[in-house]
Design a protein around this ligand. Sequence first.
Ligand code: SF4
Length: 127
Amino acid sequence: MSTVRRQIVRIDESRCTGCGLCVSPCAEGAIEIVDGKARVVREELCDGAGFCLGVCPTGALSIEVREAVPFDHEAAEPIVAAKQAEYIPQVCFRCGRDEDAAPLLPVRHQGKSEWVCTRCLPALIHG
Ligand code: SF4
């Protein structure tokens, strides 16, 4: 298969603990835990958007630009639909609202990776 130069997720295995937090934010199912480490198991399913980055507690995830197979929209579509059907919404660690009630953002807070809703974010920033 031909390749293109594009953004794609990079996983630093030396930093990865295999916690699995990055698996569910990937709507396309590109990341799985294999032998205790996160891996991009199908490069054509990684769109390089980086939604997984914010949840990694060790900073193992980053975006790089390199030669890779193109993102495959058609292959990703049924996977996204299947994951949405069984998706469990994340909740804000401060108020408990889920992402249907308010948009959630991943934040690093007191050494932890958390989700915070946009209503609670100002209080988190300003104290
Ligand atoms: S969130 Fe980070 S540490 Fe956890 S499995 Fe993913 S890459 Fe590894």
